[in-house]
Design a protein around this ligand. Structure first.
Ligand code: CP
Length: 303
């Protein structure tokens, strides 16, 4: 594959190769000199049409650690605001020498569309409510690092599954390893038809959390929701928020994850986010090694 568009089209072997390669890069990142010349002379352009803290900076650091030349196109001051189409923008970026185009966009399917027009490798950094493949890969890397395996686990994903590309990519990835996935949240945000993805749906938080090995909390995506999915954030926290009391139901060695950005006091209590079971900041750190692995492997295919 020249591109990374989603987890859906990856095999279990592909995923294991990425995670094993990321482990080697994580060792590199522990050295005094964290940079390798692997992709020297190549160019990466980061096109973010939606806000991002973790993904954009993590891609940029990964690119610099691989010795790529990096350009972050400032979308709001680019000719996009004069009406230039997305494809024309991407073709121009390619004409300037881009070997990689990392794209985040609010519309599902945009990376797939670009991949049809570009010779450069396209990497999906989150498209609408569809997929966020590198987030699922870094989540899998973190679970494997903390628990030692991806199979034979019970994993709860809690919150706004309906609008979450992170949840979709994680479900696609974890079902390939035979993991039991529980989707927890209100019926408006976790409709029963999501069971068709190979997960169990729970509308009662306590029942869903019992004996799980991993709790993955999700942000309420207000920007993608109309009104009326739940009465208020106060009420949401009361029924679906992760509290100390609820966390007492999970396995004794269970870990707590969140892709960020977090809404403290809405989906997760601060004492849990900052507590001993939280691996939230380790997820962020692992994103660098995982994104290095993705770009390194895609470059190998291009060569
Ligand atoms: N997890 C994630 O995608 O975070 P950002 O929106 O900050 O990139």
């Amino acid at each position: 594959m020249k591109n990374l568009l989603g987890i859906k089209e990856l095999s279990k072997n592909d995923i294991e190769l990425i995670l094993n390669t990321a482990s080697s890069f994580k060792d590199v990142l522990k050295r005094d000199i964290k940079k390798v010349p692997a992709l020297r002379g190549k160019t990466a352009v980061n096109l973010f049409f939606e806000p991002s803290t973790r993904t954009r900076t993590s891609f940029e650091i990964a690119e610099k650690r691989l010795s790529l030349d990096v350009l972050n196109l400032p979308v709001t001051t680019s000719s996009v605001v004069k009406g230039e189409s997305l494809i024309d923008t991407a073709l121009n970026v390619q004409a300037l020498g881009a070997d990689f185009v990392v794209i985040r966009h609010s519309s599902s399917g945009v990376p797939h569309m670009l991949a049809q027009h570009l010779k450069a490798s396209v990497i999906n950094a989150g498209d609408g409510t569809d997929e966020h493949p590198t987030q699922a890969l870094l989540d899998a890397f973190t679970i494997r690092e903390k628990i030692g395996r991806l199979n034979d686990l019970k994993i709860a994903i809690v919150g706004d599954i309906l609008h979450s590309r992170v949840a979709k990519s994680n479900i696609y990835l974890l079902t390939k390893f035979g993991t039991e996935i529980r989707l927890i949240g209100p019926p408006t945000l976790v409709p029963p038809e999501l069971e068709s993805l190979g997960a169990k749906v729970f509308h009662n938080t306590e029942s869903g959390l019992r004996d799980v090995d991993v709790v993955m909390m999700l942000r309420i995506q207000m920007e993608r929701q109309g009104k009326g999915f739940f009465p208020s954030t106060l009420e949401y926290f009361r029924y679906w928020g992760l509290t100390t009391e609820r966390l007492s139901l999970v396995n004794k060695d269970a870990i707590v994850m969140h892709p960020g950005p977090m809404n403290r006091g809405v989906e997760i209590a601060s004492e849990i986010a900052d507590g001993p079971r939280s691996v939230i900041l380790e997820q962020v750190t692992n994103g660098i090694a995982v994104r290095m692995a993705v770009m390194y492997l895609l470059a190998g295919v291009r060569e």
